[in-house]
Design a protein around this ligand. Structure first.
Ligand SMILES: Cc1cc2nc3c(=O)[nH]c(=O)nc-3n(C[C@H](O)[C@H](O)[C@H](O)COP(=O)(O)OP(=O)(O)OC[C@H]3O[C@@H](n4cnc5c(N)ncnc54)[C@H](O)[C@@H]3O)c2cc1C
Length: 568
């Protein structure tokens, strides 16, 4: 059994993990980044549309207000201030590192309009913004000598619940099946999003929320899991994302009657209302029989009034996606789209310095989270487009800085070979199970039922049904059979491990949604259609013990902006 020792271990090589790694390495500490993928395949690289910053405004107050209102007042306003105030310097930092953003004719960084924003704030590199940022920051991390542990799967968090201290992870090398212990004084999770628990989603295959489940299994809470963002424009059928940049550049939505129906749902902002509003409008049109296509389960996204030159210059990637997956030419054809599970506002609760919380009131020690897997919460009940790359870059860096400043007070590394025990047992149990259930079939049942019962619209009956389905799937999961017993790149084993994680955090999405008897941001209850600040202007903290969920609530940090009705 190999035991590796580092000052800081980072799990996740997306924008958040790499931003932290650079800070930690610069401070001369010994750090490594563990990733189940090659870093450049992290989902940050799939981000198309942009990254927000108030570059041309007198200050960042409008960006702050738009973010607070966009999140339906559930966001913590002091964290939102940090996010928006650090945005301009973050764009400059990325640019100084070498990220080439698209420019205006006068040479200034170009910015496009995005949903729910009062000004065009999304800086972009054509429609390959995430890839540009990720490549740049990866190169810089590599140049500084950050150690990369690629294609290792983190399977257990080493954590002592009595003194609330983390001391590393156990991980498996995918190429050989070897399990090793990575002991650390500081452990940072930057494991990204988890919309793969839905059948229709825009996420990469790897976005299975492993990190979240590893926290739950140690008795640690997750925050605001009921808030899952459905992006309005996924390609019909696959859910593959057509970025909001398409609407930012002027794309319009039409139903089967050729009505520009957003005029009814958001008369002022139209297609550029926030994502929750547009997604509900699309799904409502489909439910009421005004969908398009053979099965009437889509809506038209129309860019045909834009010039072919503009599409080629600003939306080349999107145009390729439409061609590759639907055989359509955006400049000439309308594109059938539908809402797709896209982003998760909830996650590991942290303080504003990215230290993970053990409960609403208590902090852990030596344990941190940043990026999409964390919940600060800067997005509240609904994230605005182009605020997420920003969160990963801003709070990834802050996480790194916090780790550097906490380092002198953290305990020495205490990892031993025994620390691999829990993960080794999990693997052994899966490989030697004599049951007959198939992981692929269970995953597909989970995904389809989550889309049906805990999707854009939810109600008590659908959520109660989903609770039962998840309990049943958990039971069947204990009897799954893995036919591949080999050690090298055993993807069947990996997918089974991932399914175990998906079942864990899906239970929290459903429990939070069932208890939250109101509609706020992305959480839309058909049986409680109004926002209820009296009962629910508060964060959910959910725990999972022995398969049973338990919820607590924590106050929202309100600043100068008091909750108002949210109209667009
Ligand atoms: C199609 C698409 C388009 C998007 N467009 C935009 C946009 O235009 N603007 C915007 O602001 N946001 C956008 N987003 C959201 C944004 O890209 C993400 O929220 C953000 O990039 C997340 O960064 P991250 O560093 O937290 O995680 P990621 O980049 O997802 O990285 C997660 C890392 O964790 C690792 N990992 C996970 N589990 C394990 C494990 N068990 N063991 C080891 N490693 C593990 C992975 O290998 C990976 O390296 C988009 C998202 C999608 C899906």
């Amino acid at each position: 059994m190999n035991i590796y020792r580092y000052d800081a271990v980072i799990v996740g090589a997306g924008l958040a993990g790499l931003s932290a790694a650079i800070e930690i390495k610069k401070a001369g500490l010994k750090t490594c980044v563990i990733s189940k993928l090659h870093p450049l395949r992290s989902h940050s690289g799939a981000a198309q549309g942009g990254i927000n910053a108030a570059l041309k405004e007198k200050d960042t107050s409008a960006h702050e207000f738009d973010t607070i209102k966009g999140g339906d007042y559930l966001g913590d306003q002091s964290a939102i201030k940090t996010l928006c105030r650090k945005a301009p310097e973050t764009i400059r930092r990325l640019e100084n590192m070498g990220a080439v953003f698209s420019r205006e004719a006068n040479g200034r960084i170009a910015q496009r309009a995005f949903g729910g924003q009062s000004e065009p704030r999304a800086c972009y590199a054509k429609d390959r913004t995430g890839l540009t940022c990720l490549q740049t920051i990866y190169e810089q991390a590599d140049r500084l000598g950050v150690e990369f542990v690629d294609e290792w799967f983190a399977g257990d968090l080493l954590y002592d619940p009595f003194d609330r201290k983390a001391y590393g992870v156990a991980a498996m090398k995918l190429k050989t099946g070897e399990v090793a212990v990575f002991g650390a004084k500081a452990t940072l999770f930057a494991t990204g999003g988890y919309a793969r628990c839905y059948a229709v989603n825009s996420n990469a295959h790897a976005n299975t929320g492993d990190g979240l489940s590893l926290f739950l299994r140690k008795g640690l809470p997750l925050e605001d899991m009921e808030f899952v963002q459905f992006h309005p424009t996924g390609l019909a059928g696959s859910g593959i994302l057509i970025s909001e940049a398409a609407r930012g550049e002027g794309g319009r939505l039409f139903n089967a009657r050729n009505e520009r129906f957003m005029e009814r749902y958001a008369p002022q902002k139209l297609e550029l209302a926030p994502r929750d509003v547009v997604s509900r409008a699309i799904e409502r049109e489909i439910l009421e029989g005004r969908g398009v296509g053979e099965r009437k389960e889509a809506i038209w996204l129309d860019l045909t009034h834009l010039s072919a030159e503009l599409i080629a210059a600003k939306l080349p990637e999107l145009s390729d996606l439409a061609k590759t997956f639907l055989g359509l030419d955006m400049a000439k054809d309308r594109i059938p789209i539908r809402a797709t599970a896209h982003y998760s506002m909830g996650g590991v609760p942290t303080d504003e310095s990215c230290r993970a919380k053990a409960s609403a009131a208590l902090l852990t020690s030596g344990l941190y989270a940043a990026g999409e897997c964390a919940c600060l919460s800067v997005h509240g009940a609904n994230r605005l487009g182009a605020n997420s790359l920003l969160e990963a870059a801003v709070f990834g860096k802050i996480a790194g800085e916090t780790i550097v400043s906490d380092m002198p007070s953290l305990d020495p590394i205490k990892a031993s070979a025994d620390d691999a025990g829990v993960f080794l047992d999990e693997i052994r149990k899966l490989l030697h199970s004599s049951g007959a259930e198939s992981a692929a079939a269970l995953r597909s049942s989970l995904q389809t039922s989550m889309t049906q019962n805990a999707g854009v619209f939810r109600n008590r009956a659908s959520l109660e049904k989903q609770t039962e389905i998840i309990n049943d799937l958990r039971d069947r999961f204990s009897r799954i059979r893995i036919s591949d017993k080999s050690s090298a790149f055993n993807t069947e084993l990996q997918e089974a491990l991932e399914l175990g994680h998906m079942l864990d955090y899906s239970a929290l999405i459903v429990a939070g949604a069932l208890a939250r008897e109101e509609s706020r941001g992305a959480h839309c209850r058909e049986d409680f259609t109004a926002r209820d600040d009296e009962r629910f202007l508060r964060h959910t903290f959910g725990y999972l013990n022995g398969g049973k969920t338990r919820l607590e609530y924590a106050p929202v940090t309100i600043g100068e902006y008091k909750p108002e009705a949210r109209k667009y």
